[in-house]
Design a protein around this ligand. Structure first.
Ligand code: PMP
Length: 399
């Protein structure tokens, strides 16, 4: 596995040839098994980020590896000029999970799924989009235009026009913003990138009513929350709210690049031949991988597992009653630990030192989004270490 190069060697090579959009990452990962990853220096970590919610089954799941190899050997690639049977099967399975009549389109990432949803919304004949401040929907121009983080948009302006932002969770603001010109409202059921922000209990249902009343589409970006991440197969299922359009990626491919747009009702028929497409979208290998992810989620009863392990982690953190922790939020294995001061970055570094990969989506928030197969015991090792990490972080921040 290792080539004899250290993390420092890789960092030197990286910074000589890679564009600077990620800076120089602190760790070079060379191996993984289950929820454990190994770096170039031979150090192991408990991977509590799972490639940021990508890794459904852990690293090296043998069933998934076999499904990928078998499909590649059978037929590695078609194009969208031809039918790919695993893609059809995956679409059927996703609609079954969705539980409503609809249609599916595949692409290669979450960004691309949202870009397609934006285009689909414009086909309604209306042009305006309502999105949430602080939301993250991706980095291509359309997805970025709907991303409620001005600093990410500003270097690339002008954005595609017609996007209006509202405060996430505020029903009155949403009610005022949606008009008969609104093509769609796009929302994350839980906002992942801005710090695992959970909306008030009635918010998604209110969004459903407001959009239905005005003839606008409701789009849920389930790129981070979907595929059992929050303890139900899709996050909107626990809220009992059915969107017109849903975007997926990340966990769907369990590590392989695939995104999907699912649309119900009239929205399902808006794209006509020639309007949209992509070479790799729905390719046999990635759709076979995603099918094996869905099979494993069912076989291992991962929705219930995720709900139980998530609860045990949250309860464990709450029991710490640590003064550096304000509260814990999220659902299933998408967990935000809200701190009483801005020491999340220092805590992320202290955690990495002792072998836990987590991240800090906001100055005062730690995020956990581990592989869905994480065990309660593994979660408990992090909870047990957390007070020391927070202490080290506070010292670091003060020094
Ligand atoms: N939407 C949400 C909610 C996300 O969390 C992300 C990725 N963090 C994206 C879209 C973009 O997905 P991708 O990186 O696969 O393009």
């Amino acid at each position: 596995m290792t080539t004899g190069e250290t993390t420092q060697d890789w960092q030197r090579r990286w910074s000589a040839v890679m564009m600077n959009n990620y800076g120089t990452p602190p760790v070079a990962l060379v191996g993984g098994a289950g929820a454990i990853v190994t770096d170039a220096d031979g150090k192991t970590y408990l991977d509590l980020l799972g490639g940021i919610a990508v890794n459904a089954l852990g690293h090296g799941d043998p069933t998934m590896a076999a499904a990928i190899a078998s499909q590649f050997e059978t037929l590695g690639h078609t194009s969208n000029l031809y039918i790919s049977p695993p893609g059809v099967e995956l679409a059927e399975r996703l609609l079954d999970k969705f539980g409503h009549p609809g249609r599916v389109m595949f692409c290669n990432s979450g960004t691309e799924a949202n870009e397609a949803a934006f285009k689909l919304a414009r086909l309604t004949g209306r042009s305006q989009i309502v999105a949430a401040e602080k939301a993250f929907h991706g980095r291509t121009m359309g997805a970025l235009a709907m991303t409620g983080q001005p600093a990410k948009r500003e270097p690339f302006e002008p954005m595609p026009a017609g996007v209006h932002f509202v405060t996430y969770g505020d029903v009155a603001e949403l009610d005022a913003a949606v008009t008969d010109q609104t093509a769609a409202v796009i929302l994350e059921p839980i906002m992942g990138e801005s710090g695992v922000i959970v909306p008030p209990a009635d918010y998604l249902a209110a969004a459903r009513k407001i959009t239905a009343d005005r003839g606008a589409l409701l789009i849920f970006d389930e790129v981070q929350t979907g595929i059992a991440r929050t303890g139900t197969f899709f996050a909107h299922q626990s809220a009992g709210v059915v969107p017109d359009v849903m975007t997926l990626a990340k966990g769907l491919g369990g590590g392989l690049p695939i995104g999907a747009v699912i649309a119900a009702g009239e929205a399902a028929d808006l794209f006509q031949p020639g309007m949209h497409g992509t070479t790799f979208g729905g390719n046999p290998v990635c759709t076979a991988a995603a099918l094996s992810v869905l099979n494993r989620i069912d076989d291992l009863d991962l929705c219930n597992h995720v709900a139980a392990v998530g609860k045990s982690i949250v309860a464990g953190i709450e029991e710490l009653a640590n003064p550096a922790i304000d509260h814990v939020r999220g659902s299933g294995l998408l967990i935000g630990i809200v701190l009483t001061s801005d020491i999340a970055k220092e805590t992320e570094l202290a955690a990495r030192e002792v072998g836990f990969l987590i991240n800090a989506p906001a100055p005062d928030v730690l995020r956990l989004a581990p592989p869905l197969i994480l065990t309660e015991e593994q979660g408990a090792t992090f909870v047990a270490a957390l007070p020391k990490l927070l202490h080290a972080a506070a010292q670091g921040a003060n020094s």
